[in-house]
Design a protein around this ligand. Structure first.
Ligand code: ZN
Length: 143
């Protein structure tokens, strides 16, 4: 059975991230500053270079792919919860090159912004906390 809870829409933040900043770190910094512990995030823009993860399910570990930019952020979608007591952004991205070809994966630190517009939608309710999951060996929600 799925684990879930009803949440209530709260505030929506909309803005632009800094040129040359790390995409994941800057989104996380907004959540920490605003005290957002539950929500969703989306963004579009462009990056100078990217780093995305692919979770190898048999090895139970991430492999990381370095992507040379410039690339468009055609889509970034993610959620915000708590990990070790602090706001944690889990996001996936799709990035396109000058031929329109796309790459994608789990957004990792090391993705550097050229320009980026974001929307963060915060929710009210008890935060979802990430805990180590024995089966997948991932930090998953305990709801
Ligand atoms: Zn992921």
């Amino acid at each position: 059975m799925a684990d879930y809870r009803k949440v209530k829409s709260s505030k929506i933040y909309m803005g632009r991230l800094s040129h040359d900043a790390d995409l994941l770190e800057e989104l996380t910094a907004v959540c920490i500053k605003e005290g957002i512990t539950l929500g969703r995030v989306e963004a579009i823009g462009a990056i100078k270079k990217g780093k995305v993860g692919y979770y190898d399910q048999s090895k139970r570990e991430y492999a990381f792919l370095d992507l040379n930019g410039p690339l468009e952020i055609t889509a970034l979608k993610g959620n915000i919860s708590l990990k070790e007591g602090t706001p944690f952004v889990h996001a996936h991205v799709t990035l396109s090159d000058n031929a329109g070809q796309c790459f994608g994966g789990h957004l990792a630190p090391g993705t550097i912004i050229f320009a980026c517009e974001f929307i963060i939608h915060s929710f009210e309710g008890e935060a979802f906390e990430r805990h180590f999951d024995e089966v997948t060996r991932l930090p998953l929600w305990k709801i």
